[in-house]
Design a protein around this ligand. Structure first.
Ligand SMILES: Nc1ncnc2c1ncn2[C@@H]1O[C@H](COP(=O)(O)OP(=O)(O)OP(=O)(O)O)[C@@H](O)[C@H]1O
Ligand SMILES: [Mg+2]
Length: 268
């Protein structure tokens, strides 16, 4: 099983869009996929057609110490997605109660490990777990970084984007060093206006800077991705020939092409 966090402390860079659409494409390519919504904004949950207010069992119940009465196993909060006829795509949802999670976790012993322990103990077999992180470097994101072996960092090709990324990579370095935990990092260029000269320049700079840590697939700016999420479904099911659906399908193929690669210890 591959556990991949989709993380960047910057907001609005397509973490949630990537989680949903990469997940749907991996599922359509025959992989059994669990999407974990670790964001109190519950955008993955909403973007897959659920009303978070009506959900009583969430990942928040999973992020509890074993002795807690409210503690649930990961498999106890998993929901099946309606649009997935192949039975391959599942969601561990979030809701607004989650907003208290950072606060609730703050004085708990072992708080950084609750997610990784629950994933390890999960008895339902998955090929992939994708974790949608909130736009912060708080305890929820640290839980995700400790639980995964790979991180996808989506970034928009904006002029100052590289600065924010460096900061984020430093954080993952700290997690890796302090916790003796290996993390493979890959950058994904998202919401790219590939016709703009400025975007082209920035993409060239990002390629030079990250070289082998950058996905070859670039996610183009495409309104279908916005429309699909407002309809509560991945673009692949809403409009399979749209640029958005095609780009995320290519990304899934690229992710799958690494399946045979050994996850090397640390950042390369
Ligand atoms: N390739 C794209 N083309 C056009 N719009 C996009 C694309 N990807 C994402 N968007 C839109 O950009 C906005 C931000 O995307 P998204 O919610 O996925 O980002 P995020 O990083 O998860 O945000 P947050 O940090 O708030 O969690 C959304 O309205 C989304 O529909
Ligand atoms: Mg999001």
């Amino acid at each position: 099983m591959r556990v991949i966090s989709v993380a960047n402390q910057k907001g609005g860079v397509a973490k949630t869009t990537t989680t949903i659409n990469l997940g749907a494409s991996l599922a359509s390519l025959g992989r059994k996929v669990l999407l974990i919504d670790l964001d109190p904004q519950a955008h993955t949950t909403l973007g897959l057609g659920f009303e978070p207010d009506n959900i009583s069992k969430t990942v928040l119940n999973v992020l509890e110490p074993h002795r807690s009465q409210n503690k649930l196993k990961l498999e106890e909060v998993i929901m099946k997605l309606k649009m997935d006829s192949e039975n391959n795509l599942f969601l561990a949802p979030s809701n607004i109660d989650f907003a208290s999670a950072e606060y609730k976790l703050i004085d708990q012993i072992g708080r950084e490990d609750f997610l990784s322990t629950s994933i390890r103990e999960c008895e339902v077999p998955f090929d992939y777990m994708l974790i949608d992180c909130p736009p912060s470097l708080g305890i929820l994101t640290v839980n995700a970084l400790k639980a995964c072996d790979e991180v996808i960092i989506p970034m928009q090709p904006h002029y100052f984007a590289l600065r924010g990324i460096e900061e984020f990579i430093e954080t993952t370095e700290i997690v890796r060093k302090n916790l003796n935990h290996s993390l493979k990092i890959n950058i994904l260029i998202t919401i790219a206006d590939t016709r703009s000269n400025l975007a082209k320049e920035v993409i060239a700079e990002i390629k030079q800077y990250f070289s082998n840590r950058l996905f070859k697939t670039i996610i183009r700016k495409n309104i279908t991705l916005v429309e699909a999420s407002s309809q509560g479904t991945p673009a692949l099911h809403y409009s399979p020939n749209s640029h958005g659906a095609v780009d995320y399908y290519k990304l899934a193929q690229e992710v799958i092409s690494f399946e045979k690669e050994e996850i090397s210890a640390g950042i390369q």
